[in-house]
Ligand binder design. Structure first.
Ligand code: C2E
Ligand code: MG
Ligand code: MG
Length: 257
C-alpha cells in the first residue's frame, strides 16, 4: 500500500511538471460513415509525451489526473492543440473528450468558445464527448453549458453509452446529438457473437433512431462487426478497422521534440 501511495504521489508530481512543459498532445482517430466508408471526423485522444516512457495513453495517468484535478489543465493543453490541427485540416469534425470535472466550473463553455475564437477554428466543426457522470451532478448547470455550446454549433456526443446508468431521460432532457456505443458491446458482435451484446446494441439503435439521435459504434476491429452495426442501422463507426489513433504529422506539431 505504501509503495502504491508513493507511486501515485510521484505520478502526480510528474504530471505537474509535464503540464508546465506542455508535454501533452492529441492523437487523431478517424470516424467513418458506415454506409460509404467516408471519413466524417476525428476524435482527439490525449497522449502524454513522457520523457522516459512516452507516449503514454490516458489509462496510465487519468485516474491521478481526475483525483488531483490536474486533468482539467491537461485537457486545456490538448484542446488548444486540437484546435490548431482543425485550422490545418479543413475537412470533417473533431471531437474532444471533456472530463466530468469541467462540468463543475461555471465558465467552461465560455472559456472553450474563447479559445476556439482565438485559434480561428470553426465552432461548428467541433464536437464534445461527455459521459453521463457529467450530467448527473448538477443537471441545470450541465444543461446551461450544453445549450451555450449548442447555440454556437457545437454538438455533444454521449461517450461510452451503455456502460453507465444509460438513463433514457438524459437523451430527452439534454441536447445530445449522437451516442457512442461502448466498445465492450461492439466486441460482442463479430464472429464471436454474444446474444446479449446484440440485443443491447439493437435496443440502443432502435431508441436512438426513434429520438433522431445519431450513433457511432466504438472499437470496431473487424469487418463482421462493421457489417452487423450497418445492418442494425448504426450510422458511423470508429475503431482499428478504419484507422488507429495517430499523431499529427511532425510539421503540424508544436513544441514536440
Ligand atoms: P474513449 O473516449 O471512449 O476513447 C476510445 C478509446 O478506445 C481510445 O483509447 C482509443 O484509442 C481506443 N480504441 C479506438 N479504437 C479501438 C479498437 O478498435 N479497439 C480497441 N481495443 N480500442 C480502440 P485511449 O486513447 O487510450 O483513451 C482512453 C480514454 O481516455 C478515452 O476513452 C477517454 O475517456 C479518455 N480520454 C482520451 N483523451 C482524453 C482527453 O483529451 N481528455 C480527457 N479528459 N479524457 C480523455
Ligand atoms: Mg471519447
Ligand atoms: Mg468511448
Amino acid at each position: 500500500m505504501r509503495a502504491e501511495a508513493t507511486r501515485l504521489l510521484d505520478l502526480e508530481a510528474d504530471l505537474r511538471r509535464a503540464i508546465l512543459a506542455d508535454a501533452f498532445e492529441p492523437w487523431f482517430q478517424p470516424i467513418v460513415d458506415l454506409a460509404t466508408g467516408a471519413v466524417v471526423g476525428h476524435e482527439a485522444l490525449l497522449r502524454w509525451n513522457h520523457d522516459l516512457q512516452g507516449p503514454l495513453p490516458p489509462a496510465e495517468f487519468i485516474g491521478v489526473g481526475e483525483d488531483s484535478g490536474l486533468i482539467e489543465q491537461v485537457d486545456w493543453l490538448v484542446y488548444r492543440r486540437a484546435f490548431e490541427w482543425m485550422t490545418r485540416h479543413r475537412e470533417g469534425y473533431v471531437s474532444i473528450n471533456v472530463s466530468p470535472r469541467h462540468f463543475h466550473s461555471e465558465n467552461f463553455a465560455d472559456r472553450l468558445l474563447q479559445m476556439l475564437d482565438d485559434s480561428g477554428a470553426e465552432p461548428s466543426r467541433l464536437r464534445i464527448e461527455i459521459t453521463e457522470v457529467a450530467l448527473l451532478d448538477d443537471a441545470p448547470r450541465a444543461l446551461r453549458m450544453l445549450r451555450t455550446l449548442r447555440e454556437r454549433g457545437i454538438y455533444a456526443l454521449l461517450d461510452d453509452f451503455g456502460t453507465g446508468f444509460s438513463a433514457l431521460s438524459y437523451l430527452h432532457r439534454f441536447p445530445i446529438h449522437a451516442l457512442k456505443i461502448d466498445q465492450s458491446f461492439v466486441a460482442g458482435l463479430g464472429d464471436d457473437l454474444h446474444p446479449e451484446s446484440l440485443a443491447l446494441v439493437r435496443a440502443i439503435l432502435a431508441l436512438a433512431g426513434t429520438l433522431g439521435i445519431d450513433t457511432i459504434g466504438e472499437g470496431v476491429e473487424t469487418e463482421a462487426q462493421a457489417a452487423i452495426l450497418r445492418q442494425l442501422g448504426c450510422t458511423m463507426g470508429q475503431g482499428f478497422l478504419f484507422g488507429r489513433p495517430m499523431p499529427a504529422p511532425a510539421a503540424d506539431r508544436r513544441g514536440v521534440a
